[in-house]
Ligand binder design. Structure first.
Ligand SMILES: [Zn+2]
Length: 417
């Protein structure tokens, strides 16, 4: 099972927008660019919303059956570890092994020693095509690297073998993610991580490092764009080199866990991947739920009322809703409108505050982040919310398709802003 050159995370909290998302991918395909969908929903989101991994598989299969999508598609067990992977074994064919928690924990002495022995020959100066200065690795670097990352790679090996055994002969795609680590990984660290992954014999097809800067949920990149571009390009060169040097799968590519909507990076990423002919996996499905909310708010008085109630409840429960996401959101409470203020808004005002259009003066990234983590409120409404989704399905679907195609696929994969 070989993941295609370009892929994108799709799926949605409530499993209703698959067809609308595939429409966006079909549009790209009609323009000559094949981007395949990977349904993803992390264990965290399943827990919050009360769904199971098999629900994501069902949503994906139904969406593909109900649309004109004829190419491959994948269902991702997103951010799993040994403790959480089992319910995903049967229904996923893509596994994102999250080993960030193991970074910084040192492996036992004999593991460290045998790693140092086998990697010893790598010490020296490594010339990587595309990177002007050679990477210099000495024994001290290697030891420092191993102290920080070796246990994490070993853990990835354990998870990989557990999945392999659990899935008997069914093939699957492996991604390793370290994006939820506390520190970004440098291109040099990525190089050594890939060496260690090859040594561990994990046939990795995508890797999600932590990049420099902040990737908060549902809002634009916060950080040094120039530094990001430099690191991102170097990472692409490191991967191309590692594929040959360590015998990793030829389609190995970077995966950007974007937290959605990193608009200020899209052009840079497009330029970098088209300049090097590299592939890309972009995870960006979380804000589909906000497009649902936009569609509902635009669907009429009843829809707008529900959208306002969701804001009010999210506002009242901000501590609880923010907790699972505390490292990936930055809500300034002073800048949140009060529910009373919102209750007087018309749909244009509500959508203006929520929709990620930075040129709109009503846009409020704090309100947007709060609603982003507020899907639990909608989940608790149960059938009332789902019923509204169905009555508003046309306008919701238009918003989902348009957002995915115009704001994400088009700039990043087609190079059109
Ligand atoms: Zn991630």
């Amino acid at each position: 099972m070989l993941l295609e050159k370009y892929s994108i995370g799709v799926g949605d909290r409530f499993g209703h927008q698959g067809v609308a998302q595939l429409r966006a991918l079909k549009r790209a395909k009609d323009l000559g660019v094949n981007v395949v969908p990977v349904w993803n929903k992390s264990n965290r989101e399943h827990m919050i919303i009360g769904t199971r991994p098999s629900d994501t598989r069902r949503a994906a299969d139904e969406a593909v059956r109900g649309s004109e999508w004829k190419d491959s598609y994948y269902v991702d067990a997103d951010h799993i570890g040994l403790k959480t992977v089992d319910p995903f074994l049967e229904c996923s064919n893509f596994f994102t092994l999250d080993v960030a928690d193991f970074i910084g924990m040192e492996a036992d002495r004999s593991t460290m020693e045998s790693f140092m022995r086998s990697m010893g020959p790598m010490c020296g100066s490594v010339r990587i095509s595309g990177i002007p200065t050679p990477l210099a690795v000495n024994e001290k670097d290697l030891h420092a690297f191993a102290s920080k990352y070796l246990l994490a790679v070993k853990e990835a090996g354990k998870i990989y073998r557990h999945i392999s055994n659990g899935r008997a002969n069914q093939d699957f795609v492996v991604e390793i993610s370290t994006d939820e680590a506390s520190e970004p990984q440098s291109p040099m660290e990525l190089y050594l991580i890939l060496a260690a992954i090859a040594e561990e014999r994990i046939p990795i097809q995508t890797i999600a490092p932590k990049f420099t800067g902040k990737f908060l949920k549902g809002i634009d990149y916060v950080g040094d764009v120039v530094q990001f571009a430099k690191e991102f390009e170097e990472d692409l060169h490191v991967i191309a080199h590692a594929v040959n040097a360590f015998g990793l799968p030829r389609n190995l590519k970077l995966s950007v866990h974007s937290g959605s909507d990193k608009f200020s990076l899209y052009q840079l990423i497009h330029r970098a991947i088209s300049g090097t002919h590299a592939g890309l996996h972009l995870k960006t499905a979380g804000t589909t739920w906000l497009e649902e909310l936009i569609g509902i708010a635009l669907s009429g008085a009843a829809g707008l009322d529900v959208a306002k109630v969701i804001y009010q409840k999210a506002y009242e429960r901000i501590d609880e809703l923010s907790k699972p996401y505390e490292t990936v959101i930055a809500i300034d409470r002073q800048r949140l409108p009060s529910p009373r203020e919102v209750s007087a808004w018309d749909s244009v005002r509500y959508v203006g505050a929520l929709r990620h259009d930075q040129s709109n003066r009503s846009f409020n990234p704090h309100l947007r982040q709060l609603l982003h983590v507020g899907f639990k409120v909608a989940a608790e409404m149960g059938d009332k919310y789902l019923h509204l989704l169905e009555t508003a399905s046309e306008i919701v679907g238009q918003n989902v398709t348009d957002n995915l195609f115009r704001r994400h696929i088009s700039p990043i994969f087609l190079g059109r802003s």
